[in-house]
Design a protein around this ligand. Sequence first.
Ligand code: A2P
Length: 276
Amino acid sequence: MTKLTAVTQDSVSKVPTLPDAQTVTEVKHWTDRLFSFRVTRPQTLRFRSGEFVMIGLMGDNGKPLLRAYSIASPAWDEELEFYSIKVQDGPLTSKLQHINVGDEIILRPKPVGTLVHDALLPGKRLWFFATGTGIAPFASLIREPQTYEDYDQIILTHTCREAAELEYGRQLVDTVRNDDLMQELVGADNLKKLIYYPTTTRDPSPKMGRITDLLKSGEVFADLGITDFGPETDRAMVCGSMGLNLDIKDILESHGLREGANSDPKEYVVEKAFVG
Ligand code: A2P
């Protein structure tokens, strides 16, 4: 028989009292600067893979402390996944990094964003350019069946300072390639379309350098056997630091790709990686 316990302050705080409260179902710490977590999904929440929402915690002043976070899980997943940096003196992430399974976070169910298929014209090859936590929207999109239906090849590039910071993306790509459900949704052969191109800039790894430099020197194209790159064939989504976004935009524009938006689809779209 279940032991009855007195209602203490602790058990009272477990009752959902926050507005838009969702319960944490999983937390994984990847490095001392990075963690991912999953939460319950509001039944009414519909979003397009690649979009972001505002999430957070109740601040000490009793007001919600919210930040924009890309949803890292695909639109079909029954839970929501997020990937976050830990900033030791960051107003939100200094606290968010300590969440545990069963805790609650606030989630405003109003998804928005430009890293969506609707913002791109049809093409043959889709590039996802990410640095750091900018991989989050692509963690969603590489699990989205439409990605494989719409393109012949999908190339995910991820650049981080250290090799350990690549681990979330690396494991995700492995999971996507080997997951029974993904194979059922997308087809095992279709999953072979996904190319993963990780690079580091400060730690030794098999491929070193900023993706921008590797694009400018042509090394990426040589590595992947790509001889043509242009507005007829290529589409791109970019998510990283402001510097990365601006530098990649220059490169894409110099190859004739134009920036699109939800209301005006073109050849590439950009979003800043959100930092807590
Ligand atoms: P680098 O180590 O050369 O600065 P951060 O942790 O600062 O957000 O950076 C994540 C990754 O993005 C790092 O590998 C960093 O390289 C790289 N990066 C930062 N700015 C740019 C940029 N303007 N162009 C290309 N890569 C960049």
